[in-house]
Design a protein around this ligand. Structure first.
Ligand SMILES: [Zn+2]
Length: 261
């Protein structure tokens, strides 16, 4: 082998060793399908299947086409909680208009104080976040003395905006229930992308109840696991409403126009 040839082989070997040493690209990447702005505007039909979504992460939340219930992804299992409040396993071909998942690898664990409501929990968790310009993924396991969950009935086109749909939300009040909450915290500046602040979905340990968390009470011994997220990957939904409204575009053009002069 020539000197140059062995150099090339060495370079390739070094490159391979470096690649092997790096974590997989998916690690720590929060993967999202469509945006909150599109969902709020009534883009309720996506082309992403539950099976495809699950390849991007093992923890997360979202909804299903026609907003047919709340999605909870925990330990790699996708659950669908329709308006009856009962979790069911959707078929892998079931379609999704909006969801976010992450390969969950928590970087810290916190014991939660008892007696917090959702606002108190959010304030407590905010105090645990060093850099609020980053996103967080969270899992909470524990017993909840009280829990207020919601789901919503599936819609038919022409779709109404989500704020109107949620006037028909179905609320479930539970007491003394054990289970898992999963979700995210997004900075308020990313509000068009995903829900700003702490957004949690719940599933009970016996998998008989679930939904979007409207309020809660923390019991003793609940544990939170948190993962700081610095990398976001979003697959945009073609044809989505709500993302290119004229007022926002006009404002940006104005800023860019004055900046370039
Ligand atoms: Zn939700």
């Amino acid at each position: 082998m020539t000197r140059r040839g062995s150099g090339r082989v060495l370079a390739a070997a070094v490159a391979f060793a470096l690649l092997a040493a790096l974590p997989a690209r998916a690690d720590g990447t929060l993967w999202q399908y469509s945006t909150l702005a599109a969902l709020l505007a009534g883009s309720y039909d996506g082309r992403l299947s539950v099976g495809e979504l699950a390849r991007h992460g093992d923890l997360g939340l979202g909804t299903f086409n026609r907003v047919d219930g709340e999605m909870i992804v925990v330990d790699g299992q996708v659950w669908q909680v329709r308006a009856d409040g009962r979790p069911a396993e959707p078929a892998a071909a079931t379609l999704v208009p909006f969801a976010a998942v992450i390969p969950f690898m928590p970087d810290r664990r916190i014991r939660l104080p008892a007696g917090l409501d959702l606002a108190g929990l959010a304030a407590f968790l905010d105090g645990q976040v060093a850099d609020r310009g980053l996103a967080q993924a969270i899992r909470i396991d524990g017993r909840f003395p009280r829990l207020k969950l919601r789901s919503e009935p599936a819609q038919s086109p022409p779709y109404r905006p989500l704020a109107e749909v949620l006037r028909d939300q179905v609320v479930l009040d539970l007491s003394d229930i054990e289970g898992t909450m999963v979700g995210f915290r997004f900075p308020s500046g990313l509000a068009a992308l995903n829900v700003p602040g702490w957004h949690l979905h719940f599933i009970s340990s016996d998998r008989r109840h679930g939904g979007h968390v409207l309020d809660l009470g923390t019991g003793p011994g609940a544990q939170a696991a948190l993962q700081t997220v610095t990398r976001l990957e979003t697959e945009l939904l073609p044809g989505a409403a709500g993302l290119d409204d004229k007022p926002a575009s006009a404002t940006i053009r104005q800023i860019e126009g004055s900046g370039s002069k």
